[in-house]
Design a protein around this ligand. Structure first.
Ligand code: ADP
Ligand code: MG
Length: 687
């Protein structure tokens, strides 16, 4: 993930060409993902040590890690009887006190130190009588020509790998930087639009100062130097932001390019539709579309009749009514004579949609098919217009969809980008609508979906009961069960969710299989069903149909029920071990209720001992705004957790922080939007 514009840049050369890098060093560097000179120059320090100001050993504390230096006055390795346990110890003296540094079971440490060595030591005290540090970070101070790289300055401390000394890497980066600094170019797209000379701390200036518009932002070459060898600790963040900006610019450009390429190659299948199916569909629907739904459908219709195939992401919070939008979009393509594919992440959901769409479309003379792992249609495609609904089974190689005009992917965050593309490739540039109920914070949306147009549905259909959310501890469970029985007696239904399928015995987490028996007793004579991923498809179908038909009043389940299910009579959601789930995930779970006219209740049980969990879960009590919840989740748990691990389109950044750098992402996007793609205009040096 580098803004390296130019594959022929000297920075793209292999590090193994540099002096001092033999095959062993090259292998070590490769383990750190350092292959090219550019990789090396962008190897980000893990922390910095201000080696101009030390604590004395006497000033070290046990609450805060700090750096001290001292001379080794004694050292030794002690092996314990009978085994391979050992402790290696050195004693440092700096005149203020003596410090015992100990390493347990690392006997080879012995070979790195000798009596009389001067040593930097970084860490917290683990004992005070005598002053002791266990497993501190250390670095022996050596004299010689290059010692200024390591002492009397702010020294970078890098992530390392076995066999690679900190000191060697620091010196190596210093020398490489000296040699290649002048070759570190501004990303092209930036040069083209920027014209104001930046203010760089004087010492970082070199012969050919680069330029940026943001006067607080150093040139890229300077930023690279600052990230390794800052003059002040505050320089580090300035440099990080500059390098992060370049990463965002590179990503935005790649997306812009992808989009341009796509548009150059593709011409659109006209799927404007003529309303001959849409009209009767909307009449029989039984409700009026919300304004938000109508607005989105207008955008979609414009796309479907445009010059290029639609590539649109529809974000709508849980329950906002995305399925109907999908149905209307499908009708536009069907009216225009094309077939449509709709992909969902689970069999249960595919089944639910299959039933809905059969009900809606059957009367209109549209053929609806189901294609899942369990149910593969053998039927030949006929001259009928067809909507095929399915799971991943749709992208299997043997499965053909002739005359495919539109692909719809629901709960898109559950699929990887490659799966999306695989389905699209079943047709010749069909239109694409992806839908998600995970409201994606702006930072992520702008980064991940830069190649898609985005529609947002920010309105719920009317006539819905409110959802109230309560945080409770396990002590309150008896009252909670009593409450659930009351709701069941009033004719409503409930979901009860546990984090695991089976009891592992040690995790302290409740498992559905075991709790199922318990819940059956607690709720008798009401009927209780069990649903989890290890059931056979047929069993899942049976349980779901029974729950839908209210033959079962309570569903004990894993997060399999997280997405998409729509049973409006279910108004209670109980989640145990709630601290185990992400906020966005709980919000999705909570979206299973509040779908009918009745008031709904979400009860989250969490252990008060899990520190911080309570505070985190409070967000859910406070708001039902999916965007706010997703932002909070992103800050707390990072993008991987929020989007699910399968989100393979997720770029990795060395410097960029998706949770914090919204302003930089915006800047990058603006710059890229204003800049014609590579090669269309020459960079002119500002006067
Ligand atoms: P989601 O956006 O979470 O996929 P669904 O499409 O499952 O939401 O819709 C949730 C419920 O709202 C469904 O029962 C659906 O029939 C209903 N619904 C959708 N649009 C409207 C509307 N305009 N008015 C009333 N109910 C609607
Ligand atoms: Mg849905």
């Amino acid at each position: 993930m580098l803004p390296s514009e130019n594959k022929t840049s000297p920075l793209a050369a292999s590090v193994s060409l540099l002096w001092g890098v033999g095959s062993e060093r090259a292998a070590q560097l490769a383990r750190l993902d350092i292959h090219t000179i550019e990789d090396l120059l962008l190897h980000r320090p893990r922390r910095y040590e201000d080696r101009r100001h030390f604590r004395t050993i006497a000033e070290l504390t046990s609450d805060e890690a700090a750096t001290a230096r001292g001379t080794i006055v004694a050292l030794g390795l002690k092996r314990f009887r009978g085994g391979n346990r050992s402790v290696f110890e050195i004693i440092l003296d700096d005149g203020s006190a003596k410090l015992h540094c100990r390493w347990w079971n690392l006997p080879f440490m012995e070979k790195y130190f000798s009596s009389g060595d001067e040593v930097f030591v970084y860490g917290k005290l683990s004992g005070t009588k005598p002053l002791t540090m266990d497993h501190p970070e250390t670095e022996v101070i050596e004299g010689g020509e290059e010692s200024f790289i390591h002492i009397n300055r702010i020294a970078p401390v890098y992530p390392l790998t076995e066999g690679l000394p900190q000191r060697w890497l620091r010196g190596f980066i210093w020398r490489t930087l000296g040699k290649f600094e002048a070759q570190i170019a501004e990303p092209e797209s930036k040069c083209q639009v920027l014209s104001v000379r930046c203010q760089v701390p004087h010492a970082y200036q070199h012969d050919t100062p680069h330029v940026t518009r943001d006067t607080l932002s150093p040139a890229r070459a300077n930023a690279v130097r600052m990230i390794h060898f800052p003059e002040e600790l505050t320089d580090v963040e300035i440099a990080r932001r500059r390098l992060a900006l370049d990463e965002f610019i590179a990503l935005q450009r790649e997306m812009q390019l992808r989009r341009k390429n796509f548009e150059a190659k593709s011409s659109s299948l006209s799927c404007r539709g003529d309303n001959r199916l849409m009209k009767p569909f909307l009449t029989q629907l039984g409700f009026k579309l919300t304004e938000a739904q109508t607005k989105v459908l207008r955008e979609i219709r414009a796309d479907m009749s445009g010059a290029h195939p639609m590539r649109r992401l529809l974000q709508g919070d849980v329950g906002s009514g995305k399925t109907v939008v999908a149905a209307c979009t499908a009708l536009m393509a069907l009216e225009s004579g094309y077939n449509v594919a709709l992909m969902l992440p689970t069999e249960i959901l595919a089944e639910q949609h299959f039933q809905n769409f059969q009900k809606w479309f059957g009367k209109l003379g549209i053929h609806v098919e189901l294609q899942t792992g369990a149910r593969k249609s053998k039927e030949q495609w006929t001259s009928h217009k067809t909507l095929v609904i399915g799971t991943h089974a749709l992208i299997e190689s043997g499965f053909e969809i002739p005359n495919l005009g539109l692909v719809i992917i629901d709960e898109q965050h559950r699929f990887g980008v490659t799966q999306r593309e695989q389905l699209v490739r079943k047709g010749h540039y069909p239109h694409l609508l992806v839908m998600t109920a995970t409201p994606i914070p702006r930072t992520l949306g702008l980064t991940l979906y830069g190649d898609l147009d985005v529609s947002v549905m920010d309105q719920m259909p009317g006539g819905r009961g409110k959802i109230k959310t309560f945080l409770r501890t396990a002590e309150k469970l008896p009252e909670v069960w009593k409450f659930i029985r009351e709701k069941l007696a009033a004719g409503r239904q409930a979901y009860v969710v546990y984090p695991r399928v089976e009891d592992s015995g040690t995790s302290g987490l409740k498992a559905v299989k075991k709790e199922f028996e318990n819940v059956k007793k607690l709720l008798a004579p009401f009927h209780v069903g069990l649903l989890h991923g290890r059931l056979k498809s047929r069993e899942k179908d049976e349980v779901m149909s029974a729950f839908r038909a209210n033959q079962i009043q309570t569903l004990v389940a894993t997060t399999l029920v997280e997405v998409g299910l729509d049973v409006p009579n279910a108004t209670v959601m109980l989640v145990e071990n709630a601290e185990r789930f992400g906020l966005a995930q709980l919000h999705q779970l909570r979206g299973r209720i509040g779908r009918g006219a009745h008031e709904s209740y979400c009860i989250l049980i969490s252990d008060p001992k899990t520190e911080g969990a309570g505070r985190r879960l409070k967000v859910l009590e406070e708001t039902v705004d999916g965007f706010r919840i997703a932002e909070a989740d992103l800050k707390l748990r990072g993008p991987g957790e929020l989007l699910g691990r399968e989100q393979s389109g997720m770029p990795r950044f060395r410097f960029g922080n998706l949770a914090e750098d919204l302003d930089l992402i915006r800047q990058a996007r603006e710059w890229v939007a204003q800049t014609p793609l590579v090669g269309t205009r020459k960079f002119q040096k500002p006067g």
